[in-house]
Design a protein around this ligand. Structure first.
Ligand code: C5P
Length: 234
C-alpha cells in the first residue's frame, strides 16, 4: 500500500435536491444532532487518513455558515457548478492549489452514514491499484426495463450489475483530466468513475455496506437517522 499517499476528500454540496420538496437543499436538512452535510463531513474529517476536505457550495449559499464549522481537519470551500461533475471539477482545481500528487476521495454531501470501515477497505484495495475505484453494492432486486407509460419491456439480467455509490477514489490529476475531457466532448457523467471509464481507464468496484444511502426522498431522512443510531451501537 502507498502509506505516504496524501488523500483529500472532495464533497460536492452545490445541488438543489428538488425531490425532497423541502424549503432548503437536502444537505442542510436536520439529521440527529446536526444536518445531513455536517454528518457527511464529520465522517470524512474524523478519518485519520484524510488530510483535508474541499466542499463545493452553490454560489451565495446562505445555509453553509449556519451549520457546524468545527471539524478535526481543514475544510476549504469553493463554488460549485451547474452539474455535479462541474462541482467536483472545481473542487479538484481548488485542491491543486493546496497539494500536488494527492488522491481525491469524492463523496456526496447527501451520504451521511458512511462507515470508517468502508473507507479503510477502499484505501487498502485502491491505493495499490493503478486507477482507483468506487464503493458500490451488488444489485439484489429483479431488474426491469420499463417504457414511459410504465409497461414492462423486459427483465434485465442482474448478473454483474452494481449500484455505484460514493466515495469514489482516484488520483486527483487523472480525475481532473478525465472530467475536463468529458466536458470538452459534451459527455454527461453522473459519477467520477464514468469520466474515468470514458477516458479509457478501468476503475475497480469495492463492495460497501448498504446503509451508505443517498438522501433523495423525504423518507430517507428517517432511515438515515436509524442507521446512524445503529452504527453508534456497534
Ligand atoms: O442530486 P444528486 O443526489 O445526484 O446529487 C449528488 C451530490 O452532488 C449532492 O451532494 C449534491 O449536492 C451534489 N451536486 C453538486 N452540484 C450540482 C448538483 C449536485 O455539488 N450542480
Amino acid at each position: 500500500m502507498d502509506n505516504k499517499a496524501t488523500i483529500w476528500a472532495i464533497v460536492p454540496a452545490a445541488g438543489i435536491g428538488t425531490r425532497m420538496q423541502a424549503d432548503k437543499p437536502k444537505q442542510y436538512l436536520a439529521l440527529g444532532s446536526g444536518t445531513v452535510l455536517s454528518h457527511s463531513l464529520q465522517r470524512l474529517a474524523s478519518h485519520p487518513a484524510i488530510s483535508g476536505i474541499i466542499v463545493a457550495l452553490a454560489e451565495h449559499d446562505p445555509w453553509w455558515p449556519t451549520i457546524e464549522q468545527n471539524y478535526p481537519c481543514p475544510i476549504i470551500t469553493t463554488i460549485g457548478g451547474s452539474t455535479r461533475a462541474d462541482s467536483v471539477l472545481y473542487g479538484l482545481q481548488t485542491l491543486a492549489t493546496q497539494t500536488e500528487d494527492a488522491w481525491a476521495l469524492v463523496h456526496d454531501a447527501a451520504r451521511p452514514c458512511l462507515r470508517h470501515s468502508d473507507i479503510d477497505k477502499m484505501l487498502s484495495i485502491l491505493l495499490p491499484h493503478p486507477v482507483g475505484g468506487i464503493l458500490g453494492m451488488p444489485v439484489s432486486d429483479t431488474m426491469k426495463r420499463v417504457n414511459v407509460d410504465g409497461t414492462i419491456i423486459n427483465t434485465v439480467s442482474r448478473d454483474g450489475l452494481w449500484r455505484a455509490a460514493t466515495p469514489q477514489l482516484f488520483r486527483a490529476t487523472a480525475l481532473q483530466q478525465a472530467l475536463i475531457s468529458a466536458k470538452e466532448k459534451g459527455q454527461q457523467v453522473t459519477d467520477e468513475a464514468s469520466a474515468m471509464e470514458l477516458s479509457g481507464h478501468q476503475p475497480l468496484m469495492v463492495a460497501g455496506h448498504a446503509d451508505n444511502i443517498k438522501i433523495t426522498l423525504p423518507q430517507d431522512l428517517a432511515l438515515a437517522e436509524h442507521y446512524l443510531q445503529q452504527q453508534e451501537k456497534v
